[in-house]
Design a protein around this ligand. Structure first.
Ligand code: GLU
Length: 417
């Protein structure tokens, strides 16, 4: 990434620095929190379908495990970099602390384009990654999960590879598994559902009625698709715009969320959906809607477009969609931003429930999962909201302040600082 102001790790450090200043954090403690505690880089061979061998480059970053085993997803992306993974691992540390889960933060990545891999090649990439990284994973060490371009089937292959190496069953070594292999009910839509709960709470404190409200969703992968159906179902919202990497669509009357998902699953894109006009990925961010859900990748709301954001609430289902300069602009303009590591924390929360169920070898009903998720998300939202009221800062800063205090407390108790 050439523009260093958009380097996600620099951004993560900058966000931390600003919160550390507000909290008057001791310099030594602050410095420890600026860096990942451990990282593993691997360059592993994979046999391709045509018989040739290719080397894949991957990472696993264990950012901080003071509060418990590291936890965080694994991304397959052609432009993956160690700095992106570091930033995401830092955000996982704040996310698990904010939700008060007994976990630390980690993240992994493999530089690859899964759209160009056959199913058997993808399986060998998953297994090859675990052959190298498995040695630092485990229920009590570090637990991966799905993220951008990885899915439950990938988690199943990875769990199987890990168990083959260790020689015993340990389903809790990875979460987001398929249900018959020890996955949790309710994990599939957990990121979006958790985000919708935070929007519901935000609407309450802002005095907005969500029935008949409008929303736009930028990014239509797992999180974006469930955000559409659940915004309609839980909030009574009208989905007026959707985009994916191939373009966007708009219909001011609202579109049926399930039909949109079915269309996307059938055609691989949203463009061409019946009765909608085409708009660009940039235009969707600037629509005059009640709620905007950035649900794709980092750095889409920057100083260049932040002044044009008209949504009342920005609900960050993606990790890192807003830069620090944009945060200040949104705050000044009265846009209520629900930061990523609060808004999208439903995924890791149900991942934690999955680990708990695996450890008990006893599985909960989906209603129980929803209820427990709601309680966790609602409490985290109000912890952050109280902090923002107290200090008159934006929600991201408040979320950092809550999370850092929790991580700092256990580091002191352990005697690390
Ligand atoms: N990848 C998701 C995240 O960024 C989920 C992580 C997990 O379940 O461990 O929060």
């Amino acid at each position: 990434m050439s523009d260093q102001t958009l380097n996600p790790f620099k951004i993560a450090q900058q966000q931390l620095d600003m919160a550390a200043e507000k909290l008057r954090l001791e310099p030594g403690l602050h410095e420890v929190l600026r860096w990942p505690m451990r990282e593993l880089h691997t360059h592993f061979p994979v046999r391709m379908d045509d018989g040739t061998t290719k080397v894949f480059h991957g990472f696993r970053v264990q950012y901080n495990d003071a509060r418990g085993p590291c936890k965080g997803g694994l991304r397959f992306h052609p432009s993956e970099t160690i700095d992106t993974v570091r930033a995401l691992a830092a955000w996982m540390t704040w996310k698990t602390a904010l939700l008060d889960l007994p976990l630390g933060g980690g993240k992994g990545g493999v530089v690859c384009n899964p759209k160009e891999l056959s199913t058997t090649e993808k399986e060998r990439v998953c297994r090859g990654y675990i052959d190298q990284v498995g040695r630092i994973l485990g229920l009590t060490k570090d637990v991966p999960a799905p993220d951008v371009y990885t899915n439950p089937q990938d988690m199943a292959w990875m769990m199987d590879e890990y168990e083959k190496i260790t020689g015993y069953h340990e389903p809790g070594v990875i979460t987001g598994k398929p249900l018959p292999l020890g996955g949790s009910a309710g994990r599939g839509d957990a990121t979006a559902r958790g985000g919708i709960f935070t929007v519901r709470e935000a609407a309450k404190v802002l005095g907005l009625n969500t029935q008949g409200s409008t929303c736009a969703i930028q990014g239509f992968g797992n999180a974006g698709q469930f955000a559409a159906t659940l915004a309609q179902e839980i909030l009574g919202s009208k989905v007026v715009a959707i985009s994916d990497s191939r373009g966007g669509i708009y219909n001011e009357k609202g579109m049926d969320a399930q039909k949109l998902v079915d269309f996307k699953l059938k055609t691989g894109k949203v463009a061409g959906f019946d009765g909608a006009e085409e708009i660009s990925n940039e235009e969707i961010l600037e629509l005059d809607v009640d709620v905007l859900y950035p649900s794709a990748l980092e750095n889409v709301i920057t100083k260049d477009n932040a002044n044009n954001i008209k949504a009342k609430i920005v609900a960050e289902l993606a990790n890192g969609p807003t830069t620090p300069e944009a945060d200040d602009i949104l705050f000044r303009n009265g846009v209520f931003d629900i930061p990523d590591f609060l808004c999208n924390a439903g995924g890791v929360t149900v991942s934690y429930f999955e680990c708990v169920q695996n450890a008990y070898n006893y599985y909960w009903e989906v209603e129980d999962v929803h209820q427990r998720l709601d309680k966790k998300m609602t409490r985290a939202f109000h912890d952050v909201y109280s902090m923002q009221k107290k200090h008159n800062v934006h929600m991201r800063m408040a979320a950092y302040m809550v999370a850092i205090e929790r991580v700092a407390e256990v580091m002191k108790l352990r005697g690390w600082v």
